[in-house]
Design a binder for this molecule. Structure first.
Ligand code: HPA
Length: 288
């Protein structure tokens, strides 16, 4: 009996078979059976360096897994324990702007579904559009706007993953958001809450695009996360999204954007971000 198709009757498609092969491979590397997965964005990979009883598997060794090329992304999957809780963490993700298809970008989430993961915590670096979302601010995502022009669910639907038309009206789990905001208060970290707009990149936005995004209700802008959220919701995986505002979005301040600034801010806030993740993981585990 296959891992993903337990109780399912539809004939699995190619993507499903590829994800299942990767999930099987990963479960063979460890006795741990994580219910929570974390995707660590730019500069945040260090969190998984602290896992106990960890196995570290380079993406290149995982069957069918995409490899990340972006600077600041280590490109390995770590399965280990955080305060006794079994967690799978991606140190780096792949992005559309690297030339990957949206299905490749979402593929790791398909693999997590195959491993039995029930919750994903997606982190990223983002530009701040809302005035209060200044450099270094951590923001819990309440919703998103997909402006990437693509959707990982395009094409024939595989019922083994989920329904043809998944509901996205509660994509970012309310309970997880409340728990995270409470941990922020406890830790003295001033968290915001906001709507993330995803663009394809890799060029940063123009000031006119940022004015447009503000008008349509975006508080943050980035180039990731949304395909993963869509794939997760397709499979009934609950989602928590947290952005680190690494810079004011284009035109908000009178200065050009620079990827080094993004990395430097992520590095500066890393300690806080890791403290928050560490605090939130047990809460998420007990809410499952
Ligand atoms: N725009 C898009 N993506 C980003 C930004 C930004 O300003 N900062 C970090 N990722």
């Amino acid at each position: 009996m296959s891992l993903l198709s337990k109780g399912k009757t539809a004939k699995p498609g190619e993507e499903f078979i590829r994800a299942e092969a990767a999930a099987r491979f990963l479960l063979k590397q460890t006795k741990l059976r994580p219910k929570i997965a974390v995707v660590l964005g730019s500069g945040l990979g260090a969190f998984a360096d602290e896992f106990a009883s960890a196995v570290r598997i380079p993406y290149a060794k995982i069957p069918n897994f995409p490899r990340s090329t972006a600077i600041g992304h280590a490109g390995q999957l770590v399965i280990g324990k955080v305060d006794g809780i079994e967690v799978a963490a991606m140190q780096g993700r792949v992005h559309l702007y690297e030339g990957y298809s949206v299905k490749d970008v979402a593929f790791p989430i398909r693999v997590f579904a195959g491993m039995g993961v029930k919750a994903v915590i997606l982190t990223n670096a983002a530009g701040g559009i809302k005035k209060e979302f200044t450099q270094g601010r951590l923001v819990v995502l309440s919703d998103h706007i997909n402006l990437q022009g693509v959707n990982p669910l395009s094409g024939p639907n595989d019922e083994n993953f989920g329904a043809r038309f998944p509901d996205m009206s509660r994509a970012y789990d309310k309970r997880f958001r409340e728990l995270t905001l409470a941990e922020g208060r406890r830790l003295g970290i001033a968290l915001g809450e906001g709507v993330y707009a995803a663009l394809a990149g890799p060029s940063y936005e123009t000031p006119a695009e940022i004015r447009y995004l503000k008008t349509i209700g975006a508080d943050l802008v980035g180039m990731s996360t949304v395909p993963e959220v869509i794939a997760a919701r397709h499979s009934g995986i609950r989602v928590l999204g947290i952005s680190c505002v690494t810079n004011a979005a284009a035109g908000i301040l009178d200065q050009p954007l620079d990827h080094n600034e993004v990395l430097q801010t992520a590095e500066r806030v890393k300690g806080q971000f890791i403290a928050l993740l560490r605090a939130v993981i047990p809460d998420v585990a007990s809410a499952l």
